[in-house]
Design a protein around this ligand. Structure first.
Ligand code: SAM
Ligand code: ZN
Length: 311
């Protein structure tokens, strides 16, 4: 964990945001390497920590790291979209704080075999949960070209989305695309020379888009934001770190809906629409990394932390 890449993002900000009570119950919906969880668990005395990850490998590694706190930590292999059911099924009632550090972890991205990286050759996989069925291979080889183009455009903001989708369609008529390298070369082949000279790797945007699709990353965040806050005790805190605008928009909108979702006409003297406020934003603007963190941890560059409190 001394490795700079593995330093948890916005750590102090999350610990402050969660306002940890040593006797409280907390949930980390994105355990990963357990960086945030380690610090939360070490602050608990009678409290308890529930750790969720959909990657069985992450659970295994992090549970070794968190072994010193084994008595107060519960590990659950699940999708964080089910966080509120996980809390209910454990018979906990409600929790005092929840943390979600979205996206993929560095071991997932660095492990060539898992097929997340456009820099290393591997079978097209990209599943965070290796027990789930949809892989990058399925997306690339079976999705209609117009769906591919839409995904590249919406999830990757790829300007050449249609050209790339058409190129994939053409290649896969002859044979399926099997590897990340094959996909990278098809993507590159569909882009004009000027785009290939840009600083960003030409396949970065499409790879991000396929990863979001394979793991239904936006669907999971949406479902979590709709249901997880109901498992918070009054005064309980919700902390969400997102890494791109699509995620941040969902987090922001869902907090707003729970905070100010009254649909009565503005001139109405009292609210009659049945709206009940269930969250209050603690931070008006998202918290971003300090200068010091930006210098030491490149991953923090696009991180945005939003904090809300259960009313
Ligand atoms: C950025 S890492 C978390 C790093 C962690 N905070 C740390 O300090 O080590 C994100 C983790 O969330 C997991 N994950 C992503 N989406 C998930 C989902 N919908 N449900 C459960 N786990 C998810 C990934 O498998 C990955 O391990
Ligand atoms: Zn109203």
């Amino acid at each position: 964990m001394e490795d700079a890449l593995h330093v948890p993002v916005l750590l102090q900000e999350c610990l402050d945001g969660l306002a940890i009570d040593t006797d409280g119950v907390y949930l980390d919906g994105t355990l990963g390497l357990g960086g945030h969880s380690f610090e939360i668990a070490s602050r608990l005395t009678k409290g308890r920590l529930i750790c969720i990850d959909k990657d069985d490998f992450a659970l295994k590694r992090a549970s070794e790291r968190l072994a010193p706190f084994a008595g107060r930590v519960t590990f659950v292999h699940s999708d964080f979209r089910y966080a509120s059911s996980v809390v209910r099924d454990l018979g906990v009632g409600s929790v005092n704080g929840m943390l979600f550090d979205l996206g993929a972890s560095s071991p997932q991205l660095d492990d060539a075999e898992r097929g997340f990286s456009y820099m290393q050759d591997a079978p097209l996989d990209m599943r965070m949960d290796r027990t789930s069925s949809l892989t990058a291979y399925d997306v690339v080889n079976t999705y209609p070209a117009e769906d591919l183009a839409r995904i590249f455009f919406e999830y990757g903001e790829e300007k050449f989305s249609r050209k790339i989708a058409a190129a994939i369609e053409k290649v896969r008529m002859a044979h399926p695309l099997e590897t990340t390298s094959e996909l990278v070369s098809v993507i590159k082949g569909a882009m004009p020379a000027s785009a290939l000279r840009e600083k960003q790797h030409p396949a970065k945007r499409c790879f991000q888009a396929i990863r979001i699709e394979v793991n239904d990353e936006l669907g999971a965040v949406r479902e979590m934001m709709r249901t997880a806050p109901d498992a918070l005790a009054p005064g309980g805190r919700l902390c969400v770190i997102s890494f791109h605008s699509l995620e941040d928009r969902i987090v922001k909108t869902e907090i707003q809906k729970r905070e100010n979702g009254c649909t009565c006409p503005r001139e109405a003297p009292i609210c009659t629409c049945g709206f009940v406020r269930t969250l209050r934003s603690v931070t008006r603007k998202p918290i971003t990394a300090s200068e010091a963190e930006l210098k030491s941890n490149p991953r923090s560059r696009s991180a945005k932390l939003r904090i809300a409190e259960r009313v």
